[in-house]
Design a protein around this ligand. Structure first.
Ligand SMILES: O=P(O)(O)O[C@@H]1C[C@H](O)[C@@H](CO)O1
Length: 222
């Protein structure tokens, strides 16, 4: 991989951030990335301001069905939020720094909490189709092969060079989600587990899925 594809100059992050800040009144502290078919998570938002990705400078565009390709700002339960209706994938041909570009824009917009969602494949034999799995940890398989969004020059504005990953997923937020699933009587389909990223675009072979199970993965996605 050419090292240039590991890096996006800060001027592009600043340009995109300034473009958005000059067009929205919202100053979200919470961002939600909606996976395939999950753009409807933004439906309950009020005071909506919608920006198609194609209009936002430097933003990638969605090429996968089920990904609307819009950034939606608004208010949910009194909190200012931003929703990505559609996310980006390595298999679309984007470098990982392009895939994660919006996350860094969220950081520059002042977002403090990131909620990621997607439609992944279940590996844990106890899971049923349609279950919701809260991610408690992950295995970044492409990362083992040097396909990692943090490779390249480090910009301390976005975080330290060697980030600790032992607490990547907030215990407090996971507990909150579990508490709410109890309150709503959703416990028979809300699970916790280890998520694995693979590159795609093919889904896994039977042998690969079995290997991932042995490695301790409960769900897998591309
Ligand atoms: O963006 P997510 O992970 O929800 O999308 C899944 C995996 C593929 O991108 C796509 C296949 O339908 O859905």
């Amino acid at each position: 991989v050419h090292t240039k594809s590991f890096h996006i100059h800060i001027k592009y992050y600043n340009q995109t951030t300034e473009w958005l800040l000059s067009r929205t009144r919202h100053r979200p502290k919470i961002a939600v990335v909606c996976g395939s078919g999950l753009g409807l998570l933004a439906d309950g938002v009020t005071n909506k301001e919608i920006f198609p990705y194609a209009d936002i400078p430097n933003f990638p565009v969605s090429t996968v069905p089920g990904h609307e390709g819009c950034l939606v700002f608004g208010i949910l339960k009194g909190k200012s939020c931003v929703f990505m209706q559609g996310r980006f994938h390595l298999y679309e041909g984007y470098s990982l720094c392009k895939v994660t570009f919006p996350v860094r824009i969220f950081k520059l917009l002042g977002v403090e909490t990131l909620i990621v969602t997607n439609a992944s494949g279940g590996l844990c034999p106890d899971f049923k189709v349609g279950d919701i799995m809260l991610i408690k940890d992950h295995i970044n398989l492409p990362g083992f092969a040097g396909q990692h969004p943090l490779c390249g020059p480090n910009d301390e504005r976005f975080g330290i060079r060697f980030p600790c990953m032992s607490d990547a997923y907030s215990k407090d937020l996971r507990k909150l989600a579990l508490d709410i699933s109890h309150e709503l009587d959703y416990t028979n389909f809300v699970r916790e587990g280890v998520y694995c990223m693979v590159s795609g675009p093919n889904f896994e072979t039977i042998a690969e899925a079995r290997m991932l199970q042995v490695l301790g993965c409960d769900s897998v996605d591309i």
